[in-house]
Design a protein around this ligand. Sequence first.
Ligand SMILES: [Zn+2]
Ligand SMILES: [Zn+2]
Length: 187
Amino acid sequence: MRSITKFDLQYAHRFYKFQGEAQYLHGHTGVLTIEVEDSIEPGVNMVFPCNEIQKVAWNVLKNFDHALILREDDPLLPAILEVYEKQGIKNGAPSNKMKGEAFHTELATAYPDARLVVTKESMTVEGMIKIVYELLKDKLNIAKITFTSGVNAATQEYAPAGTVDRCPLCGVALVDGVCPKCGYKKH
Ligand SMILES: [Zn+2]
Ligand SMILES: [Zn+2]
Protein backbone atom coordinates (compact mmCIF):
# COMPACT_ATOMS: atom_id res chain seq x y z
CA MET A 1 0.00 0.00 0.00
CA ARG A 2 1.04 3.64 -0.30
CA SER A 3 1.22 6.64 2.02
CA ILE A 4 0.84 9.88 0.08
CA THR A 5 2.19 13.25 1.24
CA LYS A 6 1.88 16.69 -0.38
CA PHE A 7 4.11 19.73 -0.10
CA ASP A 8 3.57 23.34 -1.22
CA LEU A 9 6.65 25.12 -2.52
CA GLN A 10 6.77 28.83 -3.36
CA TYR A 11 9.67 29.55 -5.64
CA ALA A 12 11.08 31.75 -8.40
CA HIS A 13 12.93 30.48 -11.42
CA ARG A 14 13.35 30.86 -15.15
CA PHE A 15 14.43 28.68 -18.05
CA TYR A 16 17.60 30.31 -19.27
CA LYS A 17 17.72 30.50 -23.10
CA PHE A 18 14.26 28.89 -23.45
CA GLN A 19 12.35 30.38 -26.39
CA GLY A 20 9.19 31.43 -24.55
CA GLU A 21 7.88 33.52 -21.65
CA ALA A 22 9.53 31.21 -19.14
CA GLN A 23 12.94 32.67 -19.99
CA TYR A 24 11.88 35.64 -17.85
CA LEU A 25 12.16 35.39 -14.07
CA HIS A 26 8.78 34.40 -12.57
CA GLY A 27 7.30 32.58 -9.61
CA HIS A 28 5.05 29.63 -8.79
CA THR A 29 3.35 27.69 -6.08
CA GLY A 30 4.48 24.17 -6.87
CA VAL A 31 2.76 21.12 -5.41
CA LEU A 32 4.98 18.11 -4.87
CA THR A 33 3.38 14.75 -4.11
CA ILE A 34 5.49 11.88 -2.81
CA GLU A 35 4.08 8.36 -2.64
CA VAL A 36 5.87 5.95 -0.33
CA GLU A 37 5.19 2.23 -0.73
CA ASP A 38 5.70 -0.60 1.72
CA SER A 39 3.82 -3.27 3.64
CA ILE A 40 1.44 -2.08 6.35
CA GLU A 41 3.20 -2.13 9.75
CA PRO A 42 0.56 -4.03 11.76
CA GLY A 43 1.35 -2.34 15.08
CA VAL A 44 0.24 1.08 13.82
CA ASN A 45 -1.79 -0.09 10.76
CA MET A 46 0.13 2.35 8.53
CA VAL A 47 2.68 2.14 5.74
CA PHE A 48 4.53 5.13 7.19
CA PRO A 49 3.11 8.03 9.23
CA CYS A 50 2.60 10.95 6.83
CA ASN A 51 3.97 13.41 9.39
CA GLU A 52 7.21 11.41 9.41
CA ILE A 53 7.42 11.54 5.60
CA GLN A 54 6.80 15.28 5.97
CA LYS A 55 9.65 15.63 8.44
CA VAL A 56 12.19 13.62 6.42
CA ALA A 57 11.33 15.23 3.09
CA TRP A 58 10.71 18.79 4.29
CA ASN A 59 14.17 18.87 5.83
CA VAL A 60 15.62 19.09 2.31
CA LEU A 61 12.55 20.46 0.48
CA LYS A 62 12.61 23.62 2.62
CA ASN A 63 15.52 24.64 0.41
CA PHE A 64 13.09 25.11 -2.50
CA ASP A 65 10.52 27.11 -0.54
CA HIS A 66 10.67 30.92 -0.80
CA ALA A 67 13.79 30.27 -2.81
CA LEU A 68 15.33 31.20 -6.10
CA ILE A 69 16.22 28.31 -8.37
CA LEU A 70 18.64 29.03 -11.20
CA ARG A 71 20.67 26.97 -13.62
CA GLU A 72 24.42 26.99 -13.01
CA ASP A 73 25.19 28.78 -16.30
CA ASP A 74 22.51 31.49 -15.85
CA PRO A 75 24.14 34.96 -15.82
CA LEU A 76 21.44 36.08 -13.36
CA LEU A 77 23.23 33.98 -10.74
CA PRO A 78 26.35 36.18 -10.25
CA ALA A 79 24.19 39.31 -10.66
CA ILE A 80 21.83 38.29 -7.86
CA LEU A 81 24.62 37.11 -5.58
CA GLU A 82 26.26 40.52 -6.00
CA VAL A 83 23.06 42.26 -4.87
CA TYR A 84 22.60 39.87 -1.94
CA GLU A 85 26.24 40.44 -0.97
CA LYS A 86 25.91 44.24 -1.06
CA GLN A 87 22.72 44.06 0.94
CA GLY A 88 24.38 41.76 3.46
CA ILE A 89 21.91 38.85 3.07
CA LYS A 90 24.00 36.46 0.98
CA ASN A 91 25.27 34.58 4.04
CA GLY A 92 21.99 34.70 5.89
CA ALA A 93 19.77 37.17 7.72
CA PRO A 94 18.12 37.05 11.17
CA SER A 95 14.70 36.64 9.50
CA ASN A 96 15.91 33.74 7.32
CA LYS A 97 14.92 31.04 9.79
CA MET A 98 13.08 28.26 7.92
CA LYS A 99 16.27 26.94 6.40
CA GLY A 100 16.70 23.46 4.99
CA GLU A 101 19.72 21.24 5.29
CA ALA A 102 22.36 22.21 2.69
CA PHE A 103 22.81 19.55 0.01
CA HIS A 104 24.94 18.85 -3.01
CA THR A 105 24.05 16.22 -5.60
CA GLU A 106 24.90 15.66 -9.25
CA LEU A 107 21.78 17.67 -10.20
CA ALA A 108 21.52 20.47 -7.65
CA THR A 109 23.26 22.37 -4.85
CA ALA A 110 21.38 24.19 -2.09
CA TYR A 111 22.63 27.36 -0.38
CA PRO A 112 20.14 27.76 2.49
CA ASP A 113 21.68 31.00 3.78
CA ALA A 114 20.94 32.70 0.45
CA ARG A 115 17.68 30.75 -0.17
CA LEU A 116 19.16 29.66 -3.47
CA VAL A 117 19.30 26.35 -5.32
CA VAL A 118 21.67 26.06 -8.27
CA THR A 119 20.74 23.35 -10.75
CA LYS A 120 22.58 21.55 -13.53
CA GLU A 121 19.50 21.52 -15.81
CA SER A 122 16.55 23.91 -16.12
CA MET A 123 14.16 23.39 -13.22
CA THR A 124 11.13 22.24 -15.18
CA VAL A 125 8.54 20.04 -13.43
CA GLU A 126 10.40 17.05 -14.90
CA GLY A 127 13.73 18.44 -13.68
CA MET A 128 12.33 18.92 -10.16
CA ILE A 129 11.20 15.28 -9.99
CA LYS A 130 14.70 14.10 -10.91
CA ILE A 131 16.23 16.38 -8.24
CA VAL A 132 13.80 15.28 -5.50
CA TYR A 133 14.24 11.58 -6.25
CA GLU A 134 18.01 11.92 -6.08
CA LEU A 135 17.70 13.66 -2.69
CA LEU A 136 15.23 11.29 -1.04
CA LYS A 137 15.62 7.85 -2.66
CA ASP A 138 17.84 6.56 0.14
CA LYS A 139 15.62 7.98 2.89
CA LEU A 140 12.14 6.92 1.72
CA ASN A 141 10.71 3.95 -0.21
CA ILE A 142 9.53 6.17 -3.06
CA ALA A 143 6.99 4.66 -5.50
CA LYS A 144 5.94 7.83 -7.30
CA ILE A 145 6.70 11.56 -7.44
CA THR A 146 4.35 14.09 -9.01
CA PHE A 147 5.08 17.78 -9.39
CA THR A 148 2.66 20.43 -10.62
CA SER A 149 3.54 24.05 -11.13
CA GLY A 150 1.02 26.37 -12.74
CA VAL A 151 -0.39 24.51 -15.75
CA ASN A 152 2.61 22.18 -15.95
CA ALA A 153 2.66 18.74 -14.38
CA ALA A 154 4.83 15.66 -14.55
CA THR A 155 4.88 12.34 -12.77
CA GLN A 156 7.29 9.44 -12.50
CA GLU A 157 6.85 5.97 -10.99
CA TYR A 158 9.72 4.06 -9.35
CA ALA A 159 10.19 0.47 -8.21
CA PRO A 160 10.41 0.85 -4.42
CA ALA A 161 13.49 -0.86 -2.99
CA GLY A 162 12.54 -3.57 -0.50
CA THR A 163 10.92 -2.91 2.83
CA VAL A 164 11.85 -0.73 5.80
CA ASP A 165 11.73 -2.01 9.39
CA ARG A 166 9.35 0.25 11.28
CA CYS A 167 8.39 0.74 14.91
CA PRO A 168 5.15 -1.11 15.79
CA LEU A 169 4.33 1.62 18.34
CA CYS A 170 4.82 4.81 16.29
CA GLY A 171 5.57 3.66 12.73
CA VAL A 172 8.87 5.49 12.19
CA ALA A 173 11.83 3.72 10.55
CA LEU A 174 14.00 1.82 13.03
CA VAL A 175 17.69 2.73 13.19
CA ASP A 176 19.78 -0.39 13.95
CA GLY A 177 16.66 -2.04 15.36
CA VAL A 178 15.84 0.86 17.71
CA CYS A 179 13.05 3.43 17.31
CA PRO A 180 14.60 6.92 17.34
CA LYS A 181 11.26 8.36 18.48
CA CYS A 182 10.00 6.15 21.34
CA GLY A 183 13.00 3.92 22.10
CA TYR A 184 11.28 0.63 21.13
CA LYS A 185 13.84 -2.17 20.57
CA LYS A 186 13.31 -4.97 18.07
CA HIS A 187 14.18 -8.37 19.53
ZN1 LIG B 1 7.91 28.53 -14.29
ZN1 LIG C 1 8.51 4.09 18.14
